[in-house]
Structure formats: structure tokens, C-alpha cells
Write a protein that binds this ligand. Structure first.
Ligand SMILES: Cc1cc2nc3c(=O)[nH]c(=O)nc-3n(C[C@H](O)[C@H](O)[C@H](O)COP(=O)(O)OP(=O)(O)OC[C@H]3O[C@@H](n4cnc5c(N)ncnc54)[C@H](O)[C@@H]3O)c2cc1C
Length: 512
């Protein structure tokens, strides 16, 4: 009987798992997860990601046990672990889903490919979402995406025949032992398939009617958004399963114009964007550290300002909504799309910080860190894609629009609780005599903004638009557009029929 290793990577589930199903069809399986120290020591990893994965592995262990197999968590560099495993327990093939991860995992995959070739071991890598490898015609991408997400989910094997690896089994190391960045937001979402199902059901049944209209404000977004992102990132649930569950709920909805139906339709369109962005990194892994449009090289790289970065990352820029978002992120590991975009825009324009170090800092803070979405969005919000109209968010206007009574900023910045409404978004403007009146005990500690917002934004715009205007930069734009641009279809307003593409909203209307 053929022996295969099933290597779980960013697919910590047995449901809709093509790698597991194909390996089971081929013969006996040995299920493994590899804790790779070099990947965990990267600048984009943190303890919250690791702990979330360990929680997810517990659910996966239980699920595999019920099928008659064990999950073996092995530690070491992937090629060394496979070599050890193979030396003690020879196997014929490896099955794992295609992974579009960070550059370190891309290089690791190349090394594993070489190792398999040397050992004459077949490595089967089925796709796990609407992201495709190899030469890709972007014009055809939407059709392929729809085909994949509308196909039946892969059935879970009823029973697994397993073989035991004859290698020493030790407990997975702790984050401290791995020397991972120890960031650990106390109120982050917990990992695992059961949590993923709870969050998805709760969204579909109870929260989706608040989606439209609720996702832009940092006050309503934590409950209005689906909150499925970390479970998609680590594969506790597949994009296809989420897509189909939501599409069924839409089809079941009797009133197609109900708030719930509209919310579900809007949410499902984001699953398309999920894969669209990851596809960019799949086609060009260098996007993690290189400007998408090379004409923007040198724009910010030599202007690094450590004081600005420290103020941003310590939540003391002086702009209340920015600092409140940083406080929330440190506490929960999540903020909504609009606030992420505003944070990056503030970093990129008034603070004039290059997207790479800011992106690493945010990657550690986002529990749902998904390199494909993250790096493309970092570049988009920083104006280095060359194909998107730069959106520069004014943090004071954002606060007025999305937190009009100052509830959010007062929640996360206790020092602003005593500041009256008129000054809550610009507390440095509060008159001195009023400070003494409102705070009888001690005056609130108010940071003045680290830079003058208007002047610094104007200077940033000038530098950016000077670059955009250069003939060689605008000439290169169509090549970038051709490679990475969306071939979006118009927004669908009506009830989707089963098997049709979801409603797709253009990227600039991703929040309402
Ligand atoms: C600078 C920046 C960095 C980001 N980094 C990440 C990241 O590392 N991982 C990540 O999953 N999302 C990222 N996003 C996109 C978005 O903010 C999150 O997907 C969303 O906030 C997750 O919450 P949710 O699951 O409740 O989203 P929902 O609004 O409920 O959306 C459902 C799903 O659709 C996908 N999605 C939603 N918005 C987008 C988008 N704009 N682009 C691509 N896919 C989207 C996600 O998979 C999300 O889970 C980033 C956005 C910005 C501006």
C-alpha cells in the first residue's frame, strides 16, 4: 500500500481538504504539521499567530482521531524534518495544499521541491482557494475563481488508514522557546475549526443585517463584520465553504432587498477580493519587499524617520482616532478595513514612512495576517502600486465621520474621557483655562500631533504627484495594470442564482 505524508500548512481542517482526500485515496497516511523556527523568527510573525495555530491544531487533532489518524506536530526546518521522517519511515509521496505565503515560505517550498526531486518523492499540491499557479491570464481569472468556488466541496474521508512516523515525538516548543515576537493581544479571537463555525453561523444568522452601514465605523465594525478572517488565513475553513454557506443563506432569504440579504451579498463579494489580492503575490512574490510599480523606488526608502514610527507604533501620534486604533489593535489583534487603510495612509503620507517596516509591524499585530492581501494593501494604501488612485485619509475627518460622539476614542484613550466633545478629535486645541476647569484632579495628558497634518500631507502629496507625473512612471502603469489590475464586473444588485459569480464591488467601494 502506498504511504503518503499529509503536510498540513495553512489548511488546518479536515473539511473540504483536497490534500487529505487525495492522500487517503492513494493509501496510508501520516498527518504532520511542521513548526519551522526560521519562519517563526521572521519579522512578520508573533506569538498570537503561533498560539492561534496551536489552538487550531488541537481541533484538527481531535477531528483526525475520529477518522482513525493522529496529527504529529514536528519541529525543525521542513527539509530536515522530512529527511528525518523519511529515513525512519520511508514514504512515497507528500500531499499539501498550494501555499501563497511569505517569501520565507516560498523559498522553503522551493527547497522542499528540490528535496522531493532528489529523493524521487512525488509532491502533490492541489489548490485550496481561487488562487492559481503558473502562467495566468488575468482576463480569465474571474471565470476560474467562480468555477472553483462553485464546485462541490471535497468530501471528507470516512476513515483513514494511517502509519506512524518512527521519529521522536516531543511537545511543540513554546513561543518563548522559538524566540517569536511575544505580542499577545489579550482579547484576540481563539483558533480552531469549532470557533470558525461559531463565528460564521453567528454572522450569517445574527449579525449580517448590520454589515452594510456597520463595517466602516470602528465602533460597530467588531460585530457588523463577519470576523472570519483569521480562520480563512489559517485554513480552519475554506474560502469555498464560506462562500457556499453564505450563498445558500442568500438563496434562503425570502426578501432579496432585506438588510440581511444585502449584508450577505456584500460580504461574499469580499471573498473574491480575498483571492484577487493573494493572486497578486502568487504571480509576483517580490511584492512583499519591492514596489509593485518600480517607478516609485526611492520615493520613501531613504527618508526613514524612527521618531515618527515610534510615535505611530506606541499610539502617540496625537491624532486620537489613530492612537485609539493602535490601542484596539494591541488589545484585540483586529481592526476593520477602513481603519487599517487610515492607519497606513497616516503612516505613508503625513508621517512619510515606507510601507515595509510599517507592514511588518502591522503583520505582527493582525491576527489574520495574510501576506497576499496584506502586502498588496500596504502598497495600495501607500501609493506605490501606480494603478490605484491614491486615497489619503484625514484622521480628523475620519473620526468625525465614523465616531461622531467620540465614543471610540474615549473607550481606548482614557485620557480623553474628560475632554468635551468640541475638542475630542483635536484635544491639543483645548484652551488652557478649560483644561483646568474640566480636570479637577490632574490635567489630562494630551499629546500634540507629532507633525502638522496639513503641511506634512501637502508635502507628501507633492512628492507623490511629482513621481506620478514623470513620463517613464506613467508609461510603466499599463504593464502593472495588465499584470495585477482587477477585471471587475459591475456590481450585481439582484439575488444571485446558484453557481453564478458573486456580486463584485469595485475596490474603492469596499466599505460603505
Ligand atoms: C493595510 C491593510 C492590510 C490588510 N491586511 C489583511 C490581512 O493581512 N489579512 C486579511 O485577511 N485582510 C487584510 N486586510 C483586509 C481587511 O481589512 C480584512 O480582511 C478585514 O478587516 C477582516 O475582517 P472580516 O473577516 O470581519 O472582514 P469581512 O468584511 O467580513 O470580509 C470577509 C472576508 O473577505 C476578505 N476581505 C475583506 N476585505 C478585503 C479586502 N479589502 N481585500 C481582500 N480581502 C478582503 C477577508 O478574507 C475577510 O475575512 C487588510 C486591509 C488593509 C487596508
Amino acid at each position: 500500500m502506498a504511504k503518503s505524508v499529509v503536510w498540513f500548512k495553512k489548511d488546518l481542517r479536515i473539511h473540504d481538504n483536497a490534500a487529505l482526500a487525495k492522500a487517503a485515496e492513494a493509501g496510508a497516511v501520516c498527518c504532520i504539521y511542521i513548526v519551522e523556527p526560521s519562519i517563526w523568527q521572521g519579522p512578520d510573525a508573533s506569538k498570537q499567530h503561533y498560539d492561534f495555530i496551536l489552538e487550531s491544531l488541537r481541533d484538527l487533532y481531535v477531528a483526525l482521531k475520529k477518522l482513525g489518524a493522529t496529527l504529529h506536530v514536528l519541529t525543525g526546518e521542513a527539509c530536515d524534518v522530512l529527511e528525518r521522517l523519511h529515513a525512519h519511515t520511508p514514504f512515497d509521496a507528500i500531499y499539501s495544499h498550494q501555499e501563497t505565503g511569505n517569501y520565507a515560505s516560498f523559498m522553503r517550498d522551493l527547497a522542499v521541491k528540490g528535496w522531493c526531486k532528489n529523493k524521487n518523492i512525488a509532491w502533490h499540491e492541489p489548490i485550496q482557494s481561487g488562487v492559481f499557479r503558473g502562467r495566468l491570464d488575468r482576463d480569465d481569472w474571474q471565470r476560474l475563481w467562480t468555477q472553483h468556488t462553485s464546485q462541490s466541496q471535497t468530501p471528507t474521508p470516512e476513515r483513514l488508514v494511517s502509519f506512524q512516523p518512527l521519529v521522536e515525538q516531543v511537545k511543540p516548543p513554546t513561543a518563548e522557546q522559538l524566540a517569536i515576537d511575544l505580542l499577545d493581544p489579550p482579547s484576540r479571537q481563539r483558533g480552531g475549526r469549532s470557533q470558525a463555525m461559531y463565528v460564521l453561523d453567528d454572522f450569517i444568522n445574527n449579525r449580517s443585517e448590520s454589515y452594510r452601514g456597520g463595517i466602516s465605523s470602528p465602533l460597530s465594525a467588531p460585530t457588523a463584520c463577519s470576523r472570519i478572517s483569521p480562520y480563512l488565513t489559517h485554513g480552519c475553513v475554506s474560502v469555498r465553504e464560506v462562500y457556499q454557506r453564505v450563498m445558500y443563506a442568500i438563496a434562503d432569504e425570502t426578501q432579496e432587498d432585506s438588510r440581511r440579504a444585502k449584508g450577505l451579498r456584500s460580504m461574499v463579494s469580499r471573498l473574491y477580493w480575498h483571492c484577487h489580492f493573494i493572486q497578486k503575490l502568487e504571480c509576483e512574490p517580490e511584492l512583499e519587499f519591492q514596489n509593485m510599480h518600480r517607478g516609485y523606488d526611492g520615493l520613501r526608502e531613504n527618508d526613514w524617520n524612527a521618531k515618527h514610527f515610534d510615535a505611530l507604533s506606541e499610539g502617540r501620534t496625537g491624532w486620537p482616532i489613530v492612537d485609539a486604533c493602535v490601542a484596539m489593535l494591541k488589545h484585540t489583534g483586529w481592526i476593520n478595513f477602513r481603519m487599517r487603510a487610515m492607519l497606513v495612509s497616516t503612516a505613508a503620507y503625513p508621517l512619510w514612512l515606507h510601507w515595509k517596516p510599517v507592514g511588518n509591524w502591522l503583520a505582527r499585530h493582525f491576527l489574520d495576517y495574510e501576506p497576499g492581501i496584506h502586502w498588496s494593501q500596504m502598497q495600495m494604501q501607500s501609493g506605490t502600486t501606480g494603478i490605484n488612485i491614491p486615497r489619503i485619509y484625514n484622521p480628523i475627518k475620519q473620526a468625525q465621520d465614523h465616531d461622531p460622539r467620540g465614543v471610540f476614542v474615549r473607550k481606548w484613550l482614557p485620557e480623553l474621557r474628560q475632554v468635551p466633545d468640541p475638542w475630542v478629535f483635536e484635544p491639543w486645541k483645548i484652551p488652557d483655562d478649560l483644561i483646568r476647569t474640566v480636570s479637577k484632579v490632574s490635567p489630562p495628558k494630551i499629546n500634540a500631533p507629532i507633525v502638522d497634518l496639513e503641511m506634512s500631507t501637502r508635502a507628501a502629496k507633492q512628492k507623490l504627484f511629482e513621481r506620478r507625473g514623470r513620463p517613464e512612471v506613467s508609461a510603466e502603469k499599463s504593464a502593472v495594470l495588465n499584470k495585477h489590475g482587477s477585471r471587475k464586473r459591475p456590481v450585481l444588485r439582484n439575488k444571485p442564482k446558484s453557481g453564478t459569480a458573486p456580486p463584485v464591488s469595485p475596490q474603492h467601494t469596499l466599505d460603505f
